[in-house]
Design a protein around this ligand. Structure first.
Ligand code: ATP
Ligand code: MG
Length: 143
């Protein structure tokens, strides 16, 4: 399997509940290597752009409200098959269906407020890393 990078977001519900350290710890203990970590607050256009693929879905407004209501932590993790490995660590979108030992099982409150985001393909991971850490793929420092 190839070495990959994936983009994770610790969503506002997790930051509000002081779960940032626990979640980053779970990522590290899974064997993935953190390469960049930054706390930020998404603007509405940023959240709308990030989740543009869902813009026609009935929950889109709710999703953007949620993602912009407080700070988030964005991070890049690297490892063998990192995209799928981190998706597995996150657990199902609906925390009620998430496996034991996953982040969403431990910290997700509902299908809407589900603690974390993770890139769903290598192709999207490249785009999402560039979205939050411009220059990173070029070997520049995170800005
Ligand atoms: P993410 O993209 O955040 O990693 P995901 O890939 O598991 O999550 P998606 O189908 O991409 O799930 O949905 C994006 C986000 O939209 C979900 O994480 C959740 O916050 C929200 N969402 C998805 N389905 C629903 C729903 N039925 N009702 C409310 N919110 C939803
Ligand atoms: Mg998704």
């Amino acid at each position: 399997m190839a070495k990959e990078r994936t983009l994770g977001i610790i969503k506002p519900d997790s930051v509000e509940q002081n779960h940032v350290g626990d979640i980053l710890g779970m990522v590290e203990r899974s064997g993935l290597e953190l390469q960049a970590v930054r706390m930020t607050r998404l603007s509405r256009p940023q959240a709308e752009g990030f989740y543009a693929v869902h813009s026609e879905r009935p929950f889109f407004g709710e999703l953007v409200d949620f993602m912009t209501r407080g700070p988030v932590v964005v991070f890049v993790a690297e490892g063998e098959g990192a995209v799928a490995a981190y998706r597995k660590l996150m657990g199902a979108t609906n925390p009620a269906e998430a496996d034991e030992g996953t982040i969403r099982k431990a910290f997700g409150g509902s299908i809407g407020e589900n603690a974390v985001h993770g890139s769903d393909s290598v192709e999207n991971a490249v785009k999402e890393v560039a979205y939050f850490f411009p220059g990173f793929e070029l070997g520049g420092t995170a800005s």
